[in-house]
Write a protein that binds this ligand. Structure first.
Ligand SMILES: Nc1ncnc2c1ncn2[C@@H]1O[C@H](COP(=O)(O)OP(=O)(O)OP(=O)(O)O)[C@@H](O)[C@H]1O
Ligand SMILES: O=P(O)(O)O[C@@H]1O[C@H]([C@H](O)CO)[C@@H](O)[C@H](O)[C@@H]1O
Length: 170
């Protein structure tokens, strides 16, 4: 298309990319956000209704929501499938940043977000109802400094793996 502006000049793009924050800058950026800070983590490969409802509820528990995404290398080690994640880390981060529920989006390269949680000490840690919070090492860490860890309701029938299977079966 002739006369198309460069993507950096498209109105609203800066507001999205500004939500994506490297781990090294997190503490400074978090200091500017209202508390309580809610934290969640995951791959969030192909977004679905369950994710969206979950993230909206997570945000409503506090004043800010930080989502930490598994990097592609970390996600691959989770064994969700040889071609997963389907969406790379930069694309997953941009989709996360586009959601009204998210305040900041970051990433971690380890197998778990334990080190990140230990560093930033969120007020509330959440996962979906497919997790037993009492079995997560993250829960012990958060509770040790007086934070809360809880599971939000699982929206039955929605998972990225199921969606990918359905698309492939045609
Ligand atoms: N249907 C759902 N309802 C509520 N929360 C969900 C649902 N699916 C995933 N979550 C939550 O979203 C976060 C990210 O999950 P994840 O990216 O593993 O989604 P998923 O759909 O289960 O993916 P996959 O099928 O690839 O494992 C986790 O905290 C998980 O508990
Ligand atoms: O998208 P998933 O599979 O829900 O994300 C994983 O969650 C794990 C969970 O927090 C238990 O520790 C985490 O360890 C893993 O790195 C993924 O983020």
């Amino acid at each position: 298309m002739r006369n198309k502006p460069p993507i950096s000049a498209v109105s609203g793009i800066a507001a999205l990319t500004d939500k994506i924050c490297a781990p090294a800058q997190l503490l400074a950026r978090l200091a500017q956000l209202p508390r309580p800070l809610v934290f969640t983590n995951g791959v969030f490969d192909v977004l679905h209704r369950g994710h969206v409802l979950y993230l909206a509820q997570a945000r409503a528990l506090g004043a800010s929501l930080l989502v930490a995404l598994n990097t592609d290398a970390s996600a691959r080690r989770l064994g969700k499938g040889p071609d997963r994640p389907l969406n790379n880390e930069a694309d997953r981060a941009l989709v996360m940043a586009a959601l009204a529920a998210t305040s900041l989006v970051t990433w971690f390269d380890e197998d778990t977000p334990l080190a990140l949680i230990t560093q930033i000490k969120p007020d509330i840690l959440v996962k979906g109802g497919d997790y037993d919070m009492s079995k997560l090492a993250e829960t012990q860490v958060v509770q040790a400094y007086g934070g809360r860890a809880l599971a939000l309701p699982f929206v039955d029938g929605y998972s990225t793996t199921a969606l990918v299977r359905k698309i492939r079966q045609g």
